[in-house]
Design a binder for this molecule. Structure first.
Ligand SMILES: [Zn+2]
Ligand SMILES: [Zn+2]
Length: 622
């Protein structure tokens, strides 16, 4: 497993940030009335949010790029100036830059801008922020030619140092991420050291586009949305339902070996439960509004934990029962603003590969290690090579902000750290990011085209014990608190299938493929034999989640080549061509979707191949 390099190259970051300024400078020359929001560097370039009197499109990019090249050639210096905040405010007011004035006022009052958190752009933070809510009195400006920006930097010396760039696209973006604010135009650009690296990124992005899960989800008939159901609530089509069943079967088998037991709990509960869990009022904004039933308020659950805690506490627990591992592909609903909903990636309803492990303190490390190795087994199976783990810790100086018991925090943290170290999986520590109820480990996986997906979060929780009175009777006959481990290695079906669509470009391994084989009769007179073959494969024992091999006959009136092409477009692993020769010999001519001809074989031999692939969840080599 390769450890993901998460730290941006600071040199490249600086150059990209400078490219953002360069684009803004070019746009200001082309449209002097432009009003500028924020313009941070990104993973592969930069963007700038700009208010313009006209909507830009890709057709405008050559003009802007031309101007940028001109300014680059002029080797304009990036000049830093520190000025008093009031002077800065009056400068930006005179320059008719209302967004900059708003940011400056925030800096003046609070010493920081909320937008810096939302966008990850701290470039406009004050140089002398008082911190902790105190206002700033000095800020820095950067001048590039006639363009002046509120910015902390750093920047390149002059625009001649900016490498290869290309404008990518333009999208609407609400000012400071708030739908109530005006919508600006966010112009994205790529920036790389040289043309070669830029070209490689352009190619990668083309591949990403081809693998877009929304596009593939439609083409392969995995999921859809309906206005009358609502945004963010996917309808899973038969092909998508197959994938969910296979993933659940996989989880059930892996979890069985690790001693999990399944539970099934309702998707909603009375408000009392969520007061007890702390979701109300702390998490209320992320929940659906309550449903009134006979005068009582019920909420759709945002998480499965409270229900599972009640399963744990439904009876007195003895130390002999621990660890108790309760698993459920639990359905949750969370409110997400309609503007951020994205295919299956950001939804309002989802089914989570959830489980809660209730254990003694002395069992926690071992249990956590098991959870870590469970992840590794899934990733190995799914050919996910690039992943990394982020270990979120509290800010140790502010421990009392999280919970008034630093000792328990430190104990929990040490357990997780030891488990991570002993499991041998590389991880990075991220201080200050912990959830209030305990340390957590996030797995971030990368698809083959390099997009990162935050799929799984694991937590060691010592607070649930208090809120839900989760205890067991020890060997000593006394009651003791448990640790709860929250884990969801496969994330939600929604996000995970989005990932898998991109990762495999829809060409799933046989065990996961919604249709595993398409029988292609060469002409009408072969239909009868095709159906015989179909029935034989259908009736064979193959250990899929759907009770047998998934096989269909192409009964369309298309020509054979077209039928083969159609099956390939649907990314069906196998095409079984049947004509006179195959019928007479009782065989099928097997072609793989890659175009490889596997030759003729008996139906039994073909079934055996599929059986092996399904059983091992690995495709045989061609
Ligand atoms: Zn800047
Ligand atoms: Zn949980």
């Amino acid at each position: 497993m390769a450890r993901k390099q998460t730290e941006e190259n600071p040199q490249l970051f600086k150059m990209r940030h400078s490219a953002a300024h360069l684009m803004a400078a070019a746009i200001q020359q082309l449209w002097p009335e432009a009003k500028f929001g924020v313009g941070p560097p990104t993973r592969n370039g930069f963007y700038y949010d700009i208010d313009l009197p006209q909507s830009l499109s890709a057709e405008d990019f050559p003009r802007i790029e031309e101007k940028m090249r001109e300014l680059r050639k002029a080797k304009l210096p990036y000049v830093r100036r520190e000025i008093g905040i009031d002077e800065a405010i009056s400068y930006m007011s005179e320059a008719a830059q209302p967004f900059k004035v708003e940011l400056l006022n925030l800096l003046k009052e609070k010493g920081t801008t909320a937008v810096a958190k939302e966008t990850g752009d701290d470039s406009m933070a004050a140089t002398s922020a008082g911190g902790d809510g105190q206002g700033a009195d000095q800020v820095s400006f950067y001048e590039t030619g006639s363009f002046v920006d509120l910015c902390r930097g750093p920047h390149v010396e002059h625009s001649g140092e900016i490498g290869a760039f290309k404008l990518l696209n333009v999208a609407g973006a609400y000012w400071r991420g708030n739908e109530k604010n005006p919508q600006l135009q966010r112009i994205y650009g790529l920036a790389y050291k040289n043309d070669q690296e830029l070209k490689a990124e352009v190619q990668r992005l083309e591949e990403v586009k081809k693998r877009d899960h929304r596009r593939l989800g439609k083409e392969l008939e995995i999921f859809t949305f309906a206005d009358d159901v609502g945004a963010g609530l996917p309808l899973w089509l038969p092909n998508g339902a197959v994938m969910r069943k296979e993933l659940e079967k996989l989880a059930t088998e892996f979890e069985r070996r690790d001693g999990y037991q399944g539970v099934i709990t309702p998707i909603l509960a009375k408000e009392d439960l969520y007061y007890r869990s702390g979701h109300l009022p702390y998490y209320k904004d992320d929940m659906y509004a309550p449903i009134d039933i006979e005068g009582q308020k019920f909420y759709l659950r945002p998480m499965n934990c409270p229900h599972h805690h009640l399963v744990f506490s439904s009876t007195n627990r003895s130390y002999r029962e621990l660890p108790l591992r309760l698993a459920e592909y639990g359905v949750c609903h969370r409110y997400e603003a309609s503007g951020v909903l994205t295919g299956l990636m950001r939804v309002r309803g989802f089914a989570q590969n959830d489980a809660h492990i209730y254990c003694r303190y002395d069992q926690a490390k071992e249990e956590f290690k098991r959870v870590m190795s469970l992840h590794a087994r899934y990733y190995d199976l799914l050919q996910i090579q690039d992943y990394f783990m982020r270990f979120s810790l509290p800010d140790l100086d502010k421990l009392d902000k999280y919970v008034n018991e630093p000792d328990r925090w430190i104990a929990a943290m040490n357990i997780v750290r030891e488990a991570m170290e002993e499991s041998g999986l590389p991880f990075e520590e991220s201080p200050g990011d912990a959830a209030f109820y305990g340390p957590k480990i996030d797995f971030i996986i990368e698809s083959v085209v390099g997009n990162e997906y935050a799929i799984s979060t694991n937590q060691l929780d010592f607070l649930a014990t208090e809120r839900f009175d989760l205890r067991y009777v020890g060997e000593d006959g006394a009651e003791h608190p448990v640790y709860v481990i929250h884990r969801a290695p496969l994330g939600s079906h929604e996000r995970f299938v989005a990932f898998l669509l991109e990762h495999y470009a829809g060409a799933f391994p046989t065990w996961l493929a919604p249709v595993q084989a398409m029988i292609v009769p060469i002409s009408d007179r072969h239909v009868e034999y095709a159906q015989e073959v179909r029935d034989k494969i259908f009736g064979a024992e193959v250990p899929t989640a759907t009770g047998g091999a998934r096989v269909e006959v192409d009964l369309s009136s298309e020509r054979m080549q077209k039928k083969i092409r159609n099956a390939q477009v649907k990314k069906i692993p196998y095409m079984l061509v049947v004509g006179d020769a195959e019928r007479d010999a009782g065989e099928v001519a097997v072609r793989h979707r890659s175009g490889t001809d596997l030759g003729k074989m008996t139906v039994d031999a073909f079934v055996e191949r599929v059986r092996q692939e399904v059983k091992a969840r690995r495709d045989l080599s061609l």
